[in-house]
Design a protein around this ligand. Structure first.
Ligand SMILES: [Mn+2]
Length: 367
């Protein structure tokens, strides 16, 4: 029954991989290329996707499943992260690293973010347009649909761990929220390891409390203690580290501290933190701007002075050494953003993101 529930949700709210960005003729070649790689010469992509989805979800072995969320409505400096899921899949396929169960993409109406910001009239109109049913029980905005997707997967397929691909970082609000609620129902002691150049700790930005800069505060109460959240790579902030740590009670390791005290001692710091915390399960949220802008310029707010990909990988491995990683995401990949004059920017961003995603998926697969 719950497989049927999920399949009807998928038919309404999800689309085949790469199809979450609504286009009629644009990007057709790129989407076709991905479908050819995933489903061979299948003429009907929708059928091929639903068949593989059903088979994947009804088989028992534990596995990692990918969910693309092609929304950049919660972003705001440079948009374009809606193309992240399609491009990351392609990069990982090129590196022969795509052997996940692919749930597909959340179907995104690009002008809406979360259902709580919409009036009833708008919700009804969107339901009529995208579900052909103004009384549909499903939500209509990307963050709300994402939350429902994670909830349904956790409820019915406990063998599946979700890897989310963004999209702007507001999506992690939904991913982490639904993951944390599922874990706390099982009485698990949970932690969040968050890689980012920015703290994402604003209470509101221009009055919006769920966006790329504000998604962390609303998820803090879902942890036993704010100190169960550890942020790595912070460097672009109007406030000092002590301001954030005192205000919120979480831990931060800034990029300049990593440079000043050396990689070894910074890795040890995370190592000690994780041994003391002894989490049952952790979630890793990775904003690609945690990497230095020379490696990852194709993102909404690239920042210099950040981590090199191999340094980020070492931090991830420390997490995997201590903890069961039961959820993860890769966020803020914006292939068409070109802020700096760097012709290799798109390539290096996606090569780095693909290999770090692969590391996170391996950690999730491991236990
Ligand atoms: Mn972020």
């Amino acid at each position: 029954m719950s497989l049927e529930n999920f399949m009807s949700f998928a038919k309404q709210c999800l689309r085949p991989p790469g199809e979450g960005v609504y286009t009629v003729s644009n990007a057709k070649e790129r989407k076709d290329q991905l479908h050819q790689k995933l489903y061979g010469d299948h003429l009907n992509v929708q059928d091929a996707w639903l068949t593989s989805l059903k088979a994947g979800l009804s088989s028992n072995p534990a596995r990692v499943a990918a969910l693309g969320i092609c929304s950049d409505t919660g972003g705001g400096i440079q948009r374009g992260a809606n193309w992240g899921p399609l491009f990351l899949r392609q990069a990982m396929i090129e590196q022969q690293q795509w052997n996940l169960l692919d749930l597909g993409d959340v179907f995104v109406v690009p002008q809406v973010l979360h259902d709580k910001y919409l009036n009833q009239e708008t919700i009804t109109k969107i339901k009529k347009s995208i579900y052909n049913d103004e009384n549909s029980p499903y939500p209509v905005s990307p963050l709300s649909i994402t939350e429902e997707a994670v909830r349904l997967v956790n409820e019915s397929f406990s063998q599946v761990k979700l890897f989310g691909i963004g999209g702007d970082h507001s999506i992690s609000y939904s991913l982490v929220k639904a993951w944390a609620q599922a874990a706390s129902r099982k009485n698990k002691k949970i932690g969040l390891i968050h890689f980012d150049a920015h703290t994402d700790l604003m209470i509101e930005r221009l009055g919006i409390d769920l966006c790329f800069g504000t998604w962390v505060p609303p998820i803090i109460p879902l942890f036993d203690s704010p100190s169960d959240i550890f942020q790595i790579g912070i460097r672009s902030s109007g406030q000092e580290r002590s301001h954030w740590e005192n205000k919120f009670g979480l831990h931060q390791l800034w990029a300049e501290e990593i440079k000043a005290s050396g990689l070894e001692s910074s890795l040890n710091k995370l190592d000690r933190y994780l041994s003391e915390k002894n989490f049952d399960e952790v979630y890793i949220s990775f904003d690609i701007d945690a990497l230095d802008a020379s490696y990852a310029p194709a993102t909404g707010t690239p920042e210099f002075g950040g981590l090199a990909p191999h340094e980020a990988k070492l931090f991830l491995e420390i997490v995997g050494k201590h903890c069961k990683v039961s959820g993860a995401d890769m966020m803020e990949l914006a292939p068409f953003v070109q802020i700096f004059d760097n012709p290799q920017g798109q390539w290096s961003t996606f090569t780095s993101a693909a290999s770090l995603s692969q590391t996170m998926i391996e950690l999730m697969d491991k236990n």
